[in-house]
Write a protein that binds this ligand. Sequence first.
Ligand SMILES: Nc1ncnc2c1ncn2[C@@H]1O[C@H](COP(=O)(O)OP(=O)(O)O)[C@@H](O)[C@H]1O
Ligand SMILES: [Mg+2]
Length: 317
Amino acid sequence: MKKNVIEIENLKTYFDVSKGLFKAGKNVVKAVDDISFEIAQGKSLGLVGQSGCGKTTTARSITMLEEKTDGNIKFFDESQNKMTSIDDLSEDQIKNFRRNVQMIFQDPYEAMNPRWTIKDTILEPLIIHNIGTDKEQEEAVIEILKTVGLTPPENYLSRYPHELSGGQRQRVAIARALIMKPKFVICDEPTSMLDVSIRISIMDLMVSLAKDLNVSYLYITHDLAVARYMCDRIAVMYNGKIVELAETEELLKNPIHPYTKRLISSIPVPDPTYERKVYEITKQDLEEIENLSNNKDDLYEIGNKHFVSTHKIKGLL
Ligand SMILES: Nc1ncnc2c1ncn2[C@@H]1O[C@H](COP(=O)(O)OP(=O)(O)O)[C@@H](O)[C@H]1O
Ligand SMILES: [Mg+2]
């Protein structure tokens, strides 16, 4: 059995959106509502679902950019050779966690300082974490630029983010994340703002780098076809919950949850003469799902490491 790099247990992240002093009662958005999953070393999990279902909040909770409301996030701590909850980390261990868990965002421009050169942008994490001498740092930047396909590197070092194309900027963001040699990378819709023509090359780059560097990743996307291309397993999210989780091909061949069926039926097909009907969810579908298991607390395993939620879920019809 491969070791896990991350384990998420019953994660909840709620936002209090009550406005005004005199409004009675609390108004809470359950952005992430009791989700669990784990990712093994070198493996990838796709987190798929429509806009607003809680994907980014999941990512931000894992990376401690957002405070979770409840649940447990465990990370493999090499120094102790065991899974450690992020709630129990010492300051040094938090530093180590931040080195090992990197995030790549949808809009790389937003995550970069426009006044910094590409060299400074990629160098920053090494400086923050005090890794290597000046010379070693410079060499590392040149090496990682080559790795992400920005060659010759000398042509990029003194340029600024606005001088690059969207695809090149995303390569810089990948370089910046990978220069730390992380164990786990969260990619939040990293190609959705790019032209279709360069999306594939960035996806291919990420897949091959993850393999070469033995990095695990959580790949967030609203596009099931992208997750299929990128990931070993897929978790389908709806309304803050994971409704189905399985190996990629298993999920696509044998979807159980009606919401997954609907997502699959809306993947565009290359043949323009073929009109596919989007799967329509019925009341009966939902009843069948709810009757699958008496255990309403967790994901129900139908076998083959294929899990489906039997919760009643509002808003699907
Ligand atoms: N800081 C916040 N305050 C209040 N509500 C938020 C905040 N961040 C996200 N939300 C809400 O949480 C839900 C999930 O958002 P998000 O995680 O961004 O979804 P996704 O990334 O899947 O599009 C949405 O309803 C969103 O409006
Ligand atoms: Mg998002």
